[in-house]
Design a protein. Structure first.
Length: 410
């Protein structure tokens, strides 16, 4: 447990997000000629497309149908495209799948030719890119794309958004909770109402009142996950989020008393009122993990005062200091109330044994366990959080952890 402290159909099955745009060969289109009767009037040849070339060698032609600023690093863009080889073979087409690919510019999710080319476009623009091998898949090729292939993409920039930008709340009425948290729903979702004991995934940007952005899950490309109602986030979040539902994009104004209080934390000054723009990604009810049945089992006590009960013996060697341990745990107060659980989150916890990454009771207790063991730790305050109040854990608390050592690695 940490020392307490916040293109396929899925981006081309995430494969495209690195190797854009290949998932499968959609179709091979062969152009066949046909003869027509001679007529007296000869139609003029279609005007040849004039291509421009960048310093890197990307050739492009833009049919400027859109407006507004061009796309930039950090923007989330939606792009429709058709892709073909030099012989005309179409190897991928987002239109056939009925949805554009979505990715973040400047994060290396697509080939360099796309990174460069999409930044030349505004929302609504259509363009043709001729991408040389060094800006595509190079000497190796991939899937239906041969080595050293120049690729042609017909693209349409469907949308540009910047999740790091503040939400526009102009004209949207604020509502206020009993404890003084204000909120405004900018875009309303259609999902379930949020309630305590739900596991949430939330994207957010955090701002000070002067507009300074001090934290963002978008920068990490990963939403925060936690169980609502467990004190795992600041009180203002606990209260504000319970007014929302899945799919909502909302702004929450939190008074400092329900944030980081008189002292502040990190980049957040003392007595700072905070503003959060949140996007509710997912929510699902979670079952409360059941405590281990330790009736009739022997209680062992170490010299430091750590007590432990072996529920299931493991096998193999004991882990050495410096090993990366992979564990599941559920933490309970003495009254049986659950305050944290990796089991409930559905994701094991990792830490380096003996590196002071976890409380002392954990470093001592896990050193006594073999792979596959299940053990209950009863950890006195001086091996836990001592006289500090940490999240939902009061000062001077004895803590109970039901733990499982899944594996350990170098």
């Amino acid at each position: 447990m940490k020392k307490h402290t916040p293109v396929s159909r899925e981006l081309l099955s995430r494969q495209l997000l690195r190797i854009l745009p290949i998932v499968s060969v959609v179709a091979f289109l062969w152009l066949t000629g046909c003869k027509t009767a001679q007529v007296a009037t000869v139609a003029p040849e279609p005007e040849k497309m004039v291509m421009k070339t960048t310093e890197s060698g990307l050739e492009y032609h833009i049919e400027a149908l859109g407006s507004g600023p061009t796309a930039a690093d950090g923007d989330v863009v939606s792009v429709h495209y058709s892709a073909r080889l030099e012989d005309g073979t179409v190897f991928d087409n987002s239109y056939d799948r009925g949805e554009p690919i979505v990715f973040t510019l400047g994060t290396g999710q697509v080939i360099p030719g796309w990174e460069e080319g999409i930044k030349l476009l505004s929302k609504g623009d259509k363009a043709t890119f001729n991408i040389p091998p060094q800006l595509a898949y190079g000497e190796n090729g991939i899937g239906p794309i041969p080595p050293n292939a120049t690729l042609t993409f017909e693209v349409e920039l469907v949308d540009i958004s910047n999740p790091a930008a503040p939400l526009d709340v102009t004209g949207i009425p604020r509502q206020t909770t009993e404890r003084g948290v204000e909120y405004a729903v900018v875009r309303q979702g259609q999902g379930i109402q949020l309630e305590p004991e739900m596991r949430l995934k939330v994207h957010y940007n955090g701002f000070l009142e002067d507009g300074t952005r001090f934290d963002s899950s978008y920068d990490r490309a990963r939403p925060i996950e936690f169980v609502l109602g467990r004190g795992m986030v600041i009180p203002g979040w606990e209260e504000g989020l319970q007014q929302l539902r899945v799919g909502d994009h909302a702004r929450i104004w939190i008074p400092y008393q329900l944030a980081y209080g008189e002292n502040g934390r990190g980049p957040i000054p003392a007595r700072a009122n905070l503003i959060f723009d949140v996007e509710i990604m997912e929510a699902e009810p979670v079952a409360t993990p059941k405590p281990f049945d330790v009736s009739g089992l022997e209680v062992h006590t170490t010299e430091t005062g750590l007590m432990y009960i072996v529920v299931r013996e493991g096998h193999g060697q004991l882990p050495e200091q410096g090993k990366v341990l992979i564990v599941h745990y559920s933490g309970f107060m003495e009254d049986g109330s659950l305050f944290d659980s990796s089991v409930q989150r559905g994701e094991p916890f990792r830490f380096v044994l003996g590196s002071n990454q976890v409380i002392r009771g954990w470093d001592e207790g896990f050193a006594l366990m073999r792979k596959g063991s299940k053990v209950r730790f009863i950890i006195p305050p001086d091996l836990g959080y001592g006289d500090r109040e940490v999240g939902p854990i009061p000062a001077n608390s004895t803590l109970i952890f039901d733990v499982e050592l899944i594996d350990f690695q170098q």
